[in-house]
Ligand binder design. Structure first.
Ligand SMILES: NC(=O)c1ccc[n+]([C@@H]2O[C@H](COP(=O)([O-])OP(=O)(O)OC[C@H]3O[C@@H](n4cnc5c(N)ncnc54)[C@H](O)[C@@H]3O)[C@@H](O)[C@H]2O)c1
Length: 341
């Protein structure tokens, strides 16, 4: 197993609890300290988790032995924490999206490269057993010639979800709305299956919430392979339904719903479809997701640090979904398709 890895967690809001629980369940990993935005929140976090807590990441890193910094702050604050951690020589595992646009993501990647530390981006749904199976089946050519891939995220978030937060749905804090915050998980799986993107034609709107970002997005994506697909993401579709990744090929189709293969119809092949034990997708409740997939991804990152190899989702991998979403936003502003780099 090697030496114990010590983690610091910056940002002690909703998702931080998933990191603390995951790290505490992994052999040879420990949470050394937490960092909140204020002294008062640090005291509350120390009380809640019984772990040393600070209100300044630089001070934390001066006082504590830390190998890996987990960034769980608002999306538009990831860069700031990443630069501090990278300059202190710490490896970084950062919540999705890495940052709110590719320019800021590139600065994070650069800071990590300059300091020779690893950067990982949380996209825990890539670690779902059924997604792994689906990807293997698609890549093995089981569906024959591909016809289309769709990412559908008909989620719901209440007005208070946005109103009670200083950053959700804002352009500076979130980078947008339903696409870059909620939809990005499925957009990431979509681009992983489809490969490099050639062109996007998108439209985003704010329909039912009083926010700067979008609560409805639709896009047609053309991959470099010639395959096309569509993305639909929302936080206005009450009561919220599990997200779907639909893969259609000439020999059949597979649909992943809430991380589980819900439909499997491929000519001449039997496959047992799992029955979901409830909605664990976060379609209407952001905290309904289990920490199990975070645990798998944090374990992968810890192994990468120990063996000096790349984590499954490094900075450049994490950048791809942000670039695709940025293309959709640009297309919507211009009212025309945009060619991707
Ligand atoms: N992977 C997932 O499924 C998932 C789920 C939820 C959130 N997220 C991501 O996690 C991040 C945090 O989301 P959340 O829902 O936990 O948000 P949150 O608002 O509940 O928590 C963010 C925390 O960061 C703190 N903070 C802000 N600036 C800080 C600073 N400079 N130093 C220390 N702390 C600071 C805030 O006070 C707050 O406690 C976002 O990027 C979000 O997209 C990912």
């Amino acid at each position: 197993m090697g030496q114990t890895l010590h983690f610091a967690i910056v940002g002690t809001g909703s998702i931080a609890g998933h990191f603390i629980r995951s790290i505490q369940e992994i052999d040879g990993c420990e949470v050394a300290a937490l960092c909140s935005s204020t002294q008062q929140r640090a005291l509350a976090a120390r009380e809640k988790y019984n772990i040393e807590a600070y209100s300044d990441l630089s001070v934390l890193l001066q006082h504590e032995q830390v190998d890996i910094v987990c960034i769980c702050t608002a999306s538009g604050l990831h860069l700031q924490a990443a630069v501090i951690a990278a300059n202190a020589g710490k490896h970084i595992i950062c919540e999705k999206p890495l940052e709110i646009d590719t320019q800021r993501v590139d600065q994070m990647i650069q800071a990590c490269d300059d300091n020779q530390v690893k950067l990982g981006c949380i996209f825990q749904n890539r670690f779902s057993e059924d997604f792994v199976k689906l990807r293997q089946m698609v890549e093995s050519g089981l569906l024959g010639k591909m016809v289309a891939i769709n990412a559908m995220i008909p989620w719901y978030r209440s007005d208070s979800y946005y109103g009670d937060s200083h950053w959700r749905g804002t352009l500076d804090g979130d980078g947008g709305g339903a696409l870059i915050n909620q939809g990005i998980h499925t957009v990431d799986l979509f681009q992983l299956l489809g490969g490099p993107v050639a062109e996007v034609f998108g439209k985003v709107l704010t329909t039912t919430h009083d926010i700067e970002g979008e609560d409805l997005a639709m896009a047609v994506v053309t991959f470099k392979s010639g395959l096309i697909g569509q993305i639909q993401a929302s936080t206005s579709m009450w009561p919220g339904y599990p997200e779907r990744l639909e893969v259609y090929g000439e020999k059949g189709s597979i649909i992943l719903e809430g991380g589980i293969i819900s439909h499997f119809n491929v000519q001449g092949i039997e496959h047992q479809v799992a029955v979901s034990s409830g909605d664990i997708s976060g379609s209407s409740n952001p905290m309904a997701i289990s920490h199990q997939l975070h645990r798998k991804q944090i374990l992968d990152f810890a192994n990468a640090v120990r063996t000096d190899t790349q984590p499954v989702i490094d900075g450049r991998e994490g950048r791809k979904a942000v670039a695709l979403i940025e293309g959709i936003y640009r297309s919507s502003r211009l009212g025309q398709p945009v060619i991707m780099g």
